[in-house]
Design a protein around this ligand. Structure first.
Ligand SMILES: N[C@H](CCC[C@H](N)C(=O)O)C(=O)O
Length: 289
């Protein structure tokens, strides 16, 4: 079956975008893996599928699959590209779009400067909702780490790693590093992901605080590996930094793929993410049977 697609990227996090507003394509997990494959398919970190409104007051549904073929709850950079896609394709004339994802409703807004701002909803900290299995762990105030539970996860090589866990709809573990350029992303990322205390896996963020309104971030993403940027990861990192008393309410996040601006007023306030959304090319591809 030959299908049309649009290749997009947001701060270097790249996507294949599919339009199912006029009917389902009936893709399998293997098809999503093929589309994400950088050698045998198109190549992307995630595959985003746009579907019609599922309910009154919602404009679209948006389904996200990682390159490994698994469906996931949320994608921040993808939500900006989704908004650019439906607007540029004439599927909506709205600049503020309400869209249902697996884990809630988010609201991207197209700005005059070409960037997109997304209300990503409020962060979730309850460990069971990450989910993180804290059984047998002693969670206690960790001095400078503030007075909120921090998971100490014994990660080989035999060194307890301090991480902050938070959900933006999808699971995140954030750890502080002195310099993202020398952080052991390729080894610690998979090690944290493999830890059985994350029963649904986890995106692992490596956060370097430059000052109270500027950070650098690398993320080893669930289902992909390290990406050039991770939108929900940037949200999770800034939220963790604010809760640790290290960051102000508006932070510029420098990633390998570009800059994201994250704003969070604390508590139950929603997290706002602003960043680029770029169409790279349109194409067609024959899917393997
Ligand atoms: N890998 C993530 C999904 C994509 C997140 C990322 N690309 C973003 O921009 O938020 C997960 O499995 O939860």
């Amino acid at each position: 079956m030959r299908i049309p697609f649009t290749k997009m990227q947001g701060a270097g996090n790249d996507f294949v975008v599919l339009d199912e507003t006029r009917g389902r394509l009936g893709l399998t997990e293997a098809h999503y893996r093929f589309l994400g494959d950088r050698h045998f398919g198109v190549g992307a970190d995630q595959i985003l599928t746009v579907r019609p409104s599922p309910a009154e007051g919602i404009d679209f549904e948006y389904v996200i699959h990682n390159a490994d073929g698994n469906e996931v709850e949320q994608c921040g950079n993808g939500s900006r590209c989704f908004a650019r896609f439906v607007h540029d394709k004439g599927l909506t004339t709205k600049d503020r779009i309400r869209v249902q994802t697996m884990k809630g409703v988010i609201e991207p807004r197209l700005n005059a400067d070409g960037r997109v701002t997304v209300d990503m909803g409020a962060p979730v900290f309850a460990l069971a909702d990450i989910p993180f299995d804290a059984s047998g762990l002693t969670l206690q105030p960790m001095g400078a780490w503030g007075n909120w539970p921090l998971a100490i996860v014994d990660i080989a090589p035999a060194a307890p790693l301090l991480i902050a866990t938070v959900s933006m709809g999808n699971p995140h573990a954030v750890t502080l590093v002195d310099n993202v350029d020398t952080a052991a992303v390729a080894t610690l990322g998979p090690a944290v992901q493999a830890n059985p205390r994350f029963p649904q896996g986890v995106n692992v963020g490596f956060l370097q605080v430059v000052d109270r309104s500027h950070v650098r971030l690398r993320v080893f993403e669930r289902g992909v590996g390290e990406t050039l940027a991770c939108g929900t990861g940037a949200c999770a990192a800034v939220v963790s930094g604010v809760r640790l008393g290290l960051l102000d309410a508006r932070v510029e996040v420098q990633t390998h793929g570009g800059v994201l601006t994250i704003e969070w007023a604390g508590g139950d306030a929603p997290v706002f993410m602003t960043g680029p959304a770029t169409t790279v090319f349109h194409g067609e591809i024959d899917l393997p049977e």
